[in-house]
Design a binder for this molecule. Sequence first.
Ligand code: ZN
Ligand code: ZN
Length: 238
Amino acid sequence: MDKGIIQGDRSAKSFVLDLLFPNRCPFCGGFIKYDVLCCDECFPEILWSDEYICRICGKPKDPQCGCEEVRTYDMCITAAYYDGIVTEGIYSLKFRNNLNSAAIFGRALRDTLRESGLLDKADLAVPVPMSPREQRVRGYNQAEELCRFITEGTDIPMRTDILFRRYSRKAQHTLEASQRREGAERTYYVKSSDLILSGKTVLLADDVLTTGSTLNACAALLKDLGAKAVICAAAATA
Ligand SMILES: [Zn+2]
Ligand SMILES: [Zn+2]
């Protein structure tokens, strides 16, 4: 991956903000210059996605990817393996208000989507939603922040008014795979049943691909609205 990807915001505003909220590496937590996104030690340690990750289901091919399982999305592009320091980067994004990894992985996803010709095919981008209550607590939706960088510099509109999420008391990661699937199907919803996405190709963005139940539930809803294809973009794959 080209090192240019960790170039941050060089504006005066960013410089001043850094005095108040010092910039930190999302992977090791160390202090870094205001205009970079991670430290020089961590950058080479990022386990970027490679040819050993399936681009259809988005899962590692070893020992077997997830293409045999039922899938409602058409492709899944991932930026990195959910392993090593990447796990920390995702944790910082979700729980430490550190959006630097949204920029790093969002841009990496955008570049991969562009190189594979998929970016040109996308009509709109939709982040996996959070419930309003959770989003109020966190202050932002990490999938939306990621989506912002995936679409940065493109004319693909990001839509946060299509998919919605109900508040669920149980965290997804505490559930078994079958419960996750059922839970995800109940958790996400759309407000309209009109075929508003008729013939459209949708980019669906999320932070981590684990069982795929979230992406499957969201992609099924997008297809119910008429979407022709759903291409997922996930920062990391487990
Ligand atoms: Zn670091
Ligand atoms: Zn596969």
